[in-house]
Design a protein around this ligand. Sequence first.
Ligand code: BES
Ligand code: MN
Ligand code: MN
Length: 454
Amino acid sequence: MINQYINDNKDRFVNELLDMLRIPSVSADPKFKADVMRNAEFLKERLIEAGADNVELVETAGNPVVYGEKMVDPSLPTVLVYGHYDVQPADPYELWTSPPFEPVIKDGKIYARGACDDKGQMYMHVKAFETMVKTGTLACNVRFMIEGEEEVGSVNLGAFVREHKDRLTGDVILISDTGMLANDTPSITTGLRGLSYLEVEVTGPNRDLHSGLYGGAVANPINILCQMIASLHDENNRITIPGFYDNVDELSQEERAEMARAPFDLDKYKKALDLGDVHGEEGYVTMERNSIRPTLDVNGIWGGYTGEGAKTVIPSKAYAKISMRLVPHQTSEEITEKFKKHFESIAPKSVKVVVKPHHGGEPVVTPTDSPAYQAASMAYEETFGVKPIPVRSGGSIPIVAMFKSELGLDSVLMGFGLDSDAIHSPNESYGLFNYMKGIETIPQFYKYFAQLKK
Ligand code: BES
Ligand code: MN
Ligand code: MN
């Protein structure tokens, strides 16, 4: 019955997603504020049509949270669905094969900003919910909370969660905002890294100078910044900030051996990214480097003259945006503080350094022995024909740790995206296979979760 309904409504399910993908709900850029609001309204209408009750846009200090619920029976378990309707900026536009907010379907994939992250994945939940409501198979109570600021650090969602604690009761948080290994190798994400994001400003002379008249005699803040940044990793690619690894949860040999059983093809990985070789912390393999190990990366660096032709100048200022991905049991506050202290301490007297923290988030590991994980595992097995593999991811969803600390709830990360979906990159895509498989798999989760919670 469920699959019949999904099949009968497939074209509409896809077209509704395409309609939402036409809304450029970029949260990072105030220019798109009206579109962000339009997306929230759009989602509100679709939730009402799908059969949700008490649907509303809940105000926050930033973009509204789209809330809706269906409480079928207080004796049933309650699933809280989280997702986000905001997207990353689409820049650089010229690298897109088709415009980012004019979705097209090509070779079985939808191409658009947000196709996978997270509009495609989030909307699977709306359509799975509609399917369960319309076929009378909804086995759990549901609350939706879809936010509009995930891509800018969910800075106002903590307050939303605290303010609406009484309303946000339930048994588990269900999220599709991660990936899986491959279409024939489903996986469930069991961990996310935390994040410390900050900006540094290095000031040399109080004004831009002629690089001939002053060159060699004063500090060039770009040269100095580069030296400082280079010194943050040693020859083994370990981070040199004192105490950085103090609280890092080291996995046992057994846990690492277990991880190594997930299929991974290094040659394919290099080929997909056009790399001569991979790079990372000595003593760890690629799959560990990008999931269970903490990192430090420069996300952007600027200063001086970058226009046409040449200008001979020693700039007054240089800047960089730096992020650190964190693992249990590092905390964002601790690492931000350690970075700041260290970075200030290595600055030579010839420059002034300011470190400005941006936003952060805590790492999480989710249990694999819970009814919710079991239900998710059974759901994938039912629709994919194979048992999903638990995999820790390197990405971050800051609110997941907060759901645990504020609401006491674990999350289940049922992602259906692939690395090749190119989230945050030009030509982001999402497979129609993945979209439809998600809509099929989610109702199975509800079914098994209700059974296991009895
Ligand atoms: N959905 C991603 C996170 C993700 C993607 C986790 C794939 C695991 C697998 C999310 O939208 C995201 O991009 N998060 C940001 C953090 C945020 C604070 C900007 C990230 O990980 O950079
Ligand atoms: Mn996302
Ligand atoms: Mn994202």
